[in-house]
Design a protein around this ligand. Structure first.
Ligand code: NAP
Length: 249
């Protein structure tokens, strides 16, 4: 039996990973509400999803650093299909760590887009889902949030803060029957990592998008993507701080 079509909100819908996940939902006739920064790119993703079987696709332009607009978009998405089954937050940027060290403004902007904006979205989303006593909130954080490293601790702090926030939210929403899924990719080949040299730990956006879909459907609490990042990060977290601070990571 094919899975039931669902009502899905995707924020950062033009993300390479999220658009691959959305394709999986489109394939069995789901309805999708796509929010993202660029109208034209959103339209292209929407057309792709319609062609792949989505029953309905709505779009809304949203810069997530406009926190007031985040609330409006949640309300618009909720009304569009008479409620939601899944909300996937996928927006994010990989900031330049050196620039963040030089400029407080850059560091704060990186924390906003990667953490604060998610809180602006999750606050109304959590209240809606809690009242409905149904559904799933899924958020893409990163393995980078598992431990602070000199090479990217501003991004790591944002994703780590988000990780802790989601832990608490999961604890709160559990009794309402609402799942909160924390997704932690490692290296994925997407526009975000275009400037990085690719090594053997890189996976495709397609593979990561499929893993996100699986984790949501299985209502996983925390999913490392791919799975091998779980033992890798367990080892990295286990290194004592006295030794860790001496490493060039
Ligand atoms: N790629 C990796 O190796 C990797 C690893 C761990 C975690 N992640 C996380 O995975 C998620 C998806 O990233 P990706 O790899 O798929 O990269 P991507 O294709 O570059 O997607 C990033 C998305 O975030 C959106 N975005 C950035 N700033 C925004 C803003 N102010 N308002 C609205 N949307 C904004 C981008 O919109 P535009 O298209 O308009 O720029 C784009 O849709 C991110 O949360 C990222 O941190 C990625």
């Amino acid at each position: 039996m094919p899975p039931e079509p669902l009502r899905i909100l995707v924020v950062g819908a033009t993300s390479a990973i999220a658009s691959e996940t959305a394709r999986r939902y489109a394939a069995y006739g789901s309805r999708l509400f796509l929010a993202g920064r660029h109208a034209e790119r959103l339209q292209a993703v929407a057309a792709d999803l319609r062609a792949r079987g989505a029953a309905a696709v709505e779009t809304a332009v949203l810069d997530v650093t406009d926190h007031g607009r985040c609330q409006e978009i949640v309300e618009a998405a909720w009304s569009a299909f008479g409620g939601l089954d899944v909300a996937l937050l996928a927006h994010g940027t990989l900031p330049d760590q050196a620039r963040c060290q030089e400029s407080a403004e850059q560091a704060v902007a990186a924390l906003d887009v990667n953490f604060v904006s998610a809180v602006a979205l999750l606050t109304p989303l959590a209240n809606r889902f809690e009242a409905a006593r149904h559904g799933c909130i899924a958020v893409i954080t990163s393995v980078a949030g598992d431990r602070g490293r000199q090479s990217n601790y501003v991004y790591g702090a944002a994703k780590g803060g988000l990780d802790r926030y989601l832990e608490g939210l999961r604890n709160r929403l559990f009794r309402s029957g609402v799942a909160v899924v924390t997704l932690k990719p490692g290296f994925v080949d997407t526009p975000m990592t275009a400037g990085l040299r690719q090594g053997p730990l890189f996976v495709s956006a397609r593979g990561a998008g499929a893993a996100v879909h699986r984790a949501i459907e299985r209502r996983r609490d925390v999913a490392y993507i791919p799975w091998f990042w779980r033992p890798i990060m367990a080892i990295i977290r286990a290194i004592p701080e006295t030794a860790f601070k001496r490493l060039r990571l």
